[in-house]
Design a protein around this ligand. Structure first.
Ligand code: OAD
Length: 254
């Protein structure tokens, strides 16, 4: 770590220590070090290999439920096989540290992989749902299928005869859950420190959170391997990996 990065980490740690409320937004980049593919990275991004219009929309599911559910099941099994990395674990510790001092901590994630939960984070708002849960396309009832591939595609719903299951994720063209958005409206505008981590800041509404936080007076921090549309507007923009930088920030808090 160079001197500039160490100085940035010290500034961030001081702001976190003084904060009453910390809000974090994560994207696919935080899970990249767990071996889960991102969406827009030049080489390994899923959307470089697959067309979201044929896989991640309600229309695609209606047209070709076999292909769509097979693809999501392949991703589900990849998520279940992955382990949380140092970045996820550091955020769980950060939550603990902020809470012990009586502060508020909210973690919003665009990821569907459940790795924040498995790392020990207590309060996780899944903006784009979860791939680990599937839901009945007719009744909306949720199920957490066992960690093996489904026997057939689309998988049969156990809730209604002739029904099928879909992953409990938000597809392009679908609305985010009202409860998740209400959480964001409640805490993003009045937080003291806002982190945007491993997200390309291209998908709204999550991409707009950092702007709302900054307008409300928050100290804003980005950690990302690459520059994003958010980089120019944040107080500290660190070009690095979340698995390396987040543990260093948490270490400075003790
Ligand atoms: P993207 O794939 O768009 O962006 C991932 C970001 O993480 C990129 O800016 C990478 O440079 C960065 N990155 C990669 N590895 C990193 C690392 N180790 N440390 C830090 N940064 C790293 O993923 P998201 O921004 O999460 O939505 O994408 C948002 C949404 O678009 C997803 O939730 C998904 C997708 O379409 C739906 O499927 C609804």
């Amino acid at each position: 770590m160079n001197d500039e990065l160490i100085a940035q980490i010290d500034v961030i740690a001081d702001r976190v220590k003084a904060a009453r409320s910390v809000v974090v937004l994560t994207g696919a980049g935080i899970s990249a070090e767990s071996g889960i593919r991102t969406f827009r990275d030049t080489m390994e991004g899923l959307w470089k290999e697959f067309d979201p219009a044929t896989l991640a929309t309600p229309e695609a599911f209606a047209r070709d439920p076999v292909t769509v559910t097979k693809w999501y099941d392949w991703r589900r099994l990849g998520c279940l096989a992955a382990e949380p990395n140092a970045g996820h674990l550091a955020l769980a510790r950060l939550e603990q540290r902020v809470r012990v001092r009586g502060g508020e901590f909210t973690l919003f994630t665009q990821n569907v992989d459940r790795l924040h939960h498995r790392a020990g984070s207590k309060d996780v708002v899944e903006l784009h749902g979860s791939i680990v849960e599937w839901r009945c396309n007719d009744t909306g009832k949720l199920i957490e299928p066992p960690p093996e591939a489904f026997e057939e595609y689309p998988p049969k719903s156990p809730f209604v005869k002739g029904g099928i299951l879909r992953p409990n994720v938000v597809w392009f063209g679908e609305a985010l859950s009202e409860a998740a958005l209400n959480r964001a409206f409640g805490c993003v505008p009045k937080c003291d420190v806002f982190f945007t981590l491993g997200t390309s800041s291209q998908v709204h509404p999550a991409a707009g959170f950092v702007v709302v936080a900054a307008r409300g007076g928050a100290f804003t921090v980005e950690i990302n391997k690459d520059a994003t549309p958010a980089s120019g507007g944040v107080d500290v923009s660190i070009r690095g990996s979340t698995g390396e930088v987040l543990p260093a920030i948490v270490e400075r808090l003790s």
